[in-house]
Write a protein that binds this ligand. Structure first.
Ligand SMILES: NC(=O)c1ccc[n+]([C@@H]2O[C@H](COP(=O)([O-])OP(=O)(O)OC[C@H]3O[C@@H](n4cnc5c(N)ncnc54)[C@H](OP(=O)(O)O)[C@@H]3O)[C@@H](O)[C@H]2O)c1
Length: 290
C-alpha cells in the first residue's frame, strides 16, 4: 500500500513544484490556506482543533511542513503573525505526530546562518524575525525524534506566485528597469527541481534525521547568480549595477553569508552536491525565456 503524505504549503512556490514528484509514489493530502492546491484542501494550520480533525481522518505516515510566512519584511513588521504562521502551525502538527508515530520533514532556511566561510549545521545565527521564528520552529520540530530539518534555499520560476528572485529579475528586464544586483549577500541555493529530487531522497532514506544543510557545493552572490543566469539564457542586454544590500532600503536586516557546508548530506547520500553552475544549467534546460 502507498504511504500517505500530508503536505502543507502546497499552494506555495516550493509546494506546487513538489506535488507532481510526490503524487507518483505516495497518497498525497495537500493543503493550502487561502489558495486551494490542485486536488487538495484549504486548512488554517494555526487552528489546532481543525488540524487534529484533518490529521485524524487522513492518518499520514509522513508530514512535510512547508507552510510559512516567507515575506521577510512582513515578518519584521508583524512579529506576532510571523510567530503564529511559522511557530504555532509547527507546534500543532508536531503535537499530532508525537502521538501518532509520524515522520516529520520541516523546511527551514539558510537565513538562520550568518557566519564566515561555509556555515555548519551547529552554528545558527538568526538575524531577523523571519529567521528567528523559523529557528524557534526548528526547536519545536526536534520534540519529535523522527524528524528532519532541511535548511535550504532555492531558485526557479513559479507561475502565479509573487516574490521570487528570478520572477522579479525577468520582469524588471522586460520592463527595461535598471536592476540593482546585490553583491554582498552570498548563498548556495539549488534549482527548485533539484531540491524536490533531494527531498524525495530524504523521504526514501529513513536513516536521515536531525538538521541537514541542503544546498549547492559552492556559493555565489545573489547578483552574480542572476547575472550568470542571464548569460546562460542568452539575455543579451539589460541595464544593471552591482550594489550593496543597504542600497535597497528594506525593513529587515539580511544575513550577508548564508553559504552552507553540505558535507553532512553528501556523506549521508554518498554523492556530491551539484555546483551552482550545474543548478543554472538545469534551470536553463527547463525554462523557455522569451
Ligand atoms: N522561497 C525561498 O526562497 C525559501 C528559501 C529557503 C527556505 N524556504 C522555506 O521553504 C518553505 C516553502 O517556501 P515557499 O517560498 O514555497 O513559500 P510560499 O510560496 O510563501 O508559500 C507559503 C505557503 O504557506 C501557506 N500558509 C500560510 N499561512 C498558512 C496558514 N495559516 N495555514 C496553512 N497554510 C498557510 C500558504 O498558503 P496560501 O498561499 O494558500 O495562503 C502557502 O501555501 C517555507 O517553509 C520557507 O520558509 C523558502
Amino acid at each position: 500500500m502507498k504511504k500517505k503524505i500530508f503536505l502543507t504549503g502546497a499552494s506555495g512556490k516550493l509546494g506546487s513544484t513538489l506535488i507532481p514528484y510526490l503524487e507518483k509514489n505516495y497518497k498525497l493530502f495537500s493543503v493550502g490556506f487561502k489558495k486551494k492546491p490542485v486536488n487538495g484542501f484549504n486548512l488554517d494550520l494555526t487552528k489546532e482543533s481543525k488540524v487534529k480533525i484533518f490529521l485524524n481522518k487522513a492518518r499520514p505516515d509522513i508530514i512535510i511542513h512547508l507552510a510559512a510566512l516567507t515575506n521577510v519584511d512582513l515578518c519584521e513588521k508583524n512579529y506576532q503573525k510571523a510567530y503564529d504562521i511559522n511557530c504555532i502551525t509547527t507546534k500543532n502538527l508536531i503535537n499530532w505526530t508525537k502521538k501518532n508515530n509520524c515522520r516529520f520533514i520541516y523546511l527551514s532556511t539558510d537565513q538562520i546562518y550568518n557566519n564566515s566561510g561555509f556555515n555548519k549545521e551547529n552554528n545558527p545565527c538568526p538575524q531577523n524575525s523571519y529567521s528567528l521564528t523559523k529557528y524557534i520552529a526548528e526547536k519545536i520540530v526536534l520534540f519529535n525524534k523522527d524528524s528532519v530539518i532541511i535548511r535550504t534555499n532555492f531558485f526557479g520560476i513559479f507561475p502565479n506566485h509573487n516574490g521570487s528572485l528570478l520572477d522579479w529579475f525577468f520582469q524588471s528586464i522586460k520592463k527595461k528597469k535598471r536592476i540593482k544586483l546585490i553583491k554582498d549577500i552570498h548563498f548556495n541555493p539549488l534549482y527548485v527541481d533539484q531540491l524536490c529530487f533531494y527531498i524525495l531522497e530524504i523521504i526514501k532514506n529513513k536513516r536521515i534525521k536531525g538538521i541537514i544543510n541542503l544546498g549547492a557545493k559552492n556559493g555565489i552572490s545573489k547578483g552574480k547568480l542572476l547575472f550568470n543566469i542571464s548569460k546562460k539564457l542568452g539575455i543579451k542586454k539589460f541595464s544593471f549595477s552591482y550594489e550593496n544590500f543597504n542600497k535597497l532600503n528594506l525593513t529587515a536586516n539580511r544575513p550577508k553569508n548564508m553559504i552552507m557546508n553540505v558535507t553532512k548530506i553528501e556523506k549521508l547520500l554518498n554523492k556530491p552536491m551539484p555546483k551552482i553552475k550545474d543548478c543554472i544549467n538545469k534551470l536553463a534546460m527547463n525554462i523557455n525565456y522569451e
